[in-house]
Ligand binder design. Structure first.
Ligand SMILES: [Zn+2]
Ligand SMILES: [Zn+2]
Ligand SMILES: [Zn+2]
Length: 128
């Protein structure tokens, strides 16, 4: 399943992961097991769940020895490519402060930012 996520290079829903495992890898997984495995992978920071789309993405730090910090994601609105990035602490602090000033509490330090990736920006430029 992790293989499915790493290979696809983009965020997949639990349903899409199940399909991939069945069609490409020959594993017929029960939806229950898919969710159980995803939960395990998520708890170990091997995959991340995107709050905005309820899809899963393989962590880009799987092979890193360092502690995993709250991830931020750049999500292309056009091709749905996802980049995991780490923002400097002060950026997160600023966001936290601004949130608090407005009387809100940040529910998650995982930020998901709508973007256009380089490729999509380029294609848009040429078509314009
Ligand atoms: Zn990660
Ligand atoms: Zn890393
Ligand atoms: Zn794109």
């Amino acid at each position: 399943m992790l293989e499915a996520l790493v290979k696809s290079g983009k965020a997949l829903s639990a349903y899409e992961i199940r399909d991939y495992c069945c069609n490409q890898l020959g594993y017929d997984l029960l939806p229950m097991s898919v969710y159980r495995i995803l939960e395990f992978l998520e708890n170990n920071d091997l995959v991340h769940r995107l709050n905005t789309s309820s899809k899963y993405i393989a962590c880009s730090h799987i092979t890193c020895p360092h502690d995993h910090e709250p991830p931020q994601f750049l999500i292309c609105k056009s091709c749905h490519r996802v980049e995991e990035v780490s923002m400097p602490d002060r950026v997160i602090k600023t966001v936290t402060q601004a949130t608090r000033l407005a009387g809100f509490q940040l529910a998650s330090k995982q930020l998901e930012i709508d973007c256009y990736c380089t490729e999509c920006t380029l294609t848009k430029d040429t078509s314009a």
